[in-house]
Design a protein around this ligand. Structure first.
Ligand SMILES: [Zn+2]
Ligand SMILES: [Zn+2]
Length: 197
């Protein structure tokens, strides 16, 4: 099936570029994640902590992602040995995608910033995760529709077999890059770099 939109993406220096293909309304969810891990990932890659703004993501499935050029710059970082896989462009340290460590879990969060005209293309943010309230509690907005969409996409991907189509894992389910896992010291430094929001 085809007919959905094509969204172009690139790292900030432009070496690594590609497309999200055949994206229709159900193929993605525009969210903001406020969790410390997403923020620490940016700090670990040498960027400033986005603080209360959080990290804007477009959740979709890996089969939608086609890397057309500069694929040799794709690199993999994990904040801890079992943390999410955080894919970035090593040419310019641009955070690109996050996935779980299992090929069969057809889930990818795409950094919204890398998508051309993302403000116009992705539409409104429908969910916010891990928002810290002034009282110190953590809350979420729009969590149920976000999870429903994510589970729906993963289920559809199982039924159709499209989970096999991924730029992140080989046929045996091994990630296409060796992960660099932060040392305890590096991890502590990344989290200490977060502002208290
Ligand atoms: Zn780059
Ligand atoms: Zn997060």
């Amino acid at each position: 099936m085809s007919g959905g939109r094509t969204l172009h993406f690139a790292c900030s220096c432009g070496e690594l570029a590609g497309r999200l293909v055949d994206v229709d309304a159900r193929d993605g969810t525009h969210i903001v994640c406020h969790c410390n891990d997403c923020r620490a990932n940016l700090v670990a890659l040498g960027h400033t902590d986005p603080g209360a703004e959080g990290v804007e993501l477009f959740q979709t499935t890996p089969d939608k992602i086609k890397i057309d050029q500069g694929g040799e710059n794709l690199a993999l970082l994990r904040l801890s040995p079992k943390g999410l896989m955080r894919w970035y462009a090593k040419c310019c340290s641009t955070p690109l995608f996050n996935t779980t460590s299992r090929r069969g879990m057809a889930f990818t969060g795409v950094s919204a910033e890398i998508i051309k005209n993302h403000e116009a293309e992705l539409g409104p943010v429908i969910a916010r995760g891990f928002i810290k309230t002034p009282s110190g509690k953590v809350t979420h907005e729009g969590l149920r529709p976000m999870l429903t969409s994510m589970m729906g996409r993963m289920g559809k991907s199982w039924i159709k077999g499209t989970w096999r189509d991924t730029p992140f894992f080989d046929e045996t389910g091994t990630p296409v890059r060796e992960a660099r896992v932060l040392t305890r010291e590096e991890r502590a430094a990344a989290f200490m770099g977060l502002s208290q929001t």
